[in-house]
Design a protein. Structure first.
Length: 393
């Protein structure tokens, strides 16, 4: 009996050490930040913008819409400061709720800011336990603040449209951690997604145009400064060079008569570095699969020879796209495909002796040999256009 009393006394004494919820944070006291945007002002100060939902206006299914008032389901505001945290603190002064960043999924960087250098962005974010390095990083065409004013029709918030675009099959999903690694690694330069805003077409005279967010390509960086953009075929070429399994659409011509559109997927590239008479040589071997999505001109895919012609045209398209990407890197003095990293791994002595101090300038004299082998795995449910007439008997 005394043993039970002793145990009970110890339990009661331990309860006295519990402090309770002295630091609780109520949901009603929290403003959940969905995305932040960073811009550079003319005087060199930082404009820091945030987008957060308005719980009181989220009951109904309202279409499109952005802004800061009335029936809109989210609120956008910004402030200027010498540093990110200073601007954030000024913004907090006029908010009745504490800004909470753990639910943030995207970080937008204005083009002007990106051209001056993004390295300082990687100080404020990792210092806060609420911030995540896995958030998507996007450079915007023009001001990042303006992209938050988009009115996408399919999503409730512009931030959600940006996040869904970053998760799409045709986009390399680049987050802050990947950009940070590229900025701190030997023989490589960073890239980020590049997005802009485009007005939709009017469906009627009285219809209001929506402002849709559009994926434009990838921002190209030299060290931490933006120097250019990979667009169209260059963007696809970058994905193939770095072996990212994104889905790309290509249109090829066969015999100057047939126009065929294919969807290229499941691509893989292998890069090896060699030295030949004192000259660098990069051997790039790429494999890809594709399926036919459209064919103009009554092309017959039931014939093996004709399928091989399409595969050869695809090989040329992929090779030309990768060469366009390489030329863009050389012209902007960047190494977005991390060729220098391959050189350092395979020939560390040569890298340290001849190229470490002047890379990526060494790419200008290098020889790039590209070998592509693509396979047409699907032609769809038909071999030919279903309206093709039967031959006369």
């Amino acid at each position: 009996m005394s043993l039970h009393r002793t145990r009970l006394s110890l339990v009661l004494l331990s309860l006295l050490c519990l402090t309770g919820c002295w630091d609780r944070v109520e949901i009603n006291d929290t403003a959940f930040i969905l995305t932040t945007a960073v811009d550079m002002e003319q005087d060199g100060k930082i404009r820091y913008s945030v987008l957060m939902p308005l719980p009181g206006n989220m009951g109904g299914a309202s279409g499109g819409g952005g802004g800061t008032a009335g029936t809109k389901s989210y609120y956008v505001d910004s402030e200027v400061g010498t540093t990110f945290r200073e601007a954030q603190a000024r913004l907090q002064r006029r908010m009745s709720r504490r800004m909470f960043f753990a639910h943030r999924r995207t970080l937008l960087i204005g083009e002007d800011f990106a051209k001056r250098g993004i390295r300082n962005v990687f100080d404020a974010t990792p210092r806060s336990p609420e911030s995540r390095m896995t958030i998507y990083m996007v450079v915007t065409k023009g001001k990042a603040y303006e992209l938050l004013q988009a009115t996408p029709q399919f999503e409730r918030f512009p931030s959600e449209a940006i996040r869904e675009l970053m998760k799409a099959r045709n986009v390399i999903p680049i987050n802050m951690k990947q950009v940070a690694l590229a900025l701190s690694s030997l023989g490589s330069d960073a890239v980020t997604a590049y997005m802009g805003m485009k007005e939709s077409e009017k469906t009627s005279k009285n219809a209001k145009k929506s402002k849709e967010i559009e994926f434009l390509g990838y921002a190209q960086f030299r060290e931490d400064k933006m120097t250019g953009v990979f667009e169209n075929a260059e963007a696809s070429g970058l994905a193939w060079l770095i072996s990212m399994p994104v889905q790309s659409t290509a249109t090829v011509k066969i015999d100057d008569r047939y126009t065929i559109t294919v969807s290229i997927f499941d691509s893989k590239s292998q890069i090896r570095v060699h030295t030949e008479r004192g000259k660098l040589r990069f051997d790039i071997r790429t494999k890809a699969k594709a399926k036919v999505t459209e064919s103009l001109g009554m092309y017959d895919f039931s014939q093996t020879g004709k399928v091989q012609k399409v595969e050869e045209a695809m090989n040329r398209y992929i090779e030309q796209a990768m060469r366009k990407t390489i030329r863009k890197m050389i012209s902007n003095d960047t190494d977005s495909a991390q060729f220098g990293l391959y050189l350092w791994r395979e020939h560390p002595g040569l890298w340290e002796k001849e190229y470490a101090s002047r890379w990526p300038a060494g790419m200008k004299d290098a020889d790039f040999r590209i070998e592509v082998k693509s396979v047409l795995t699907e032609t769809g449910l038909i071999y030919e256009n279903v309206t093709k007439a039967e031959p006369a008997r």
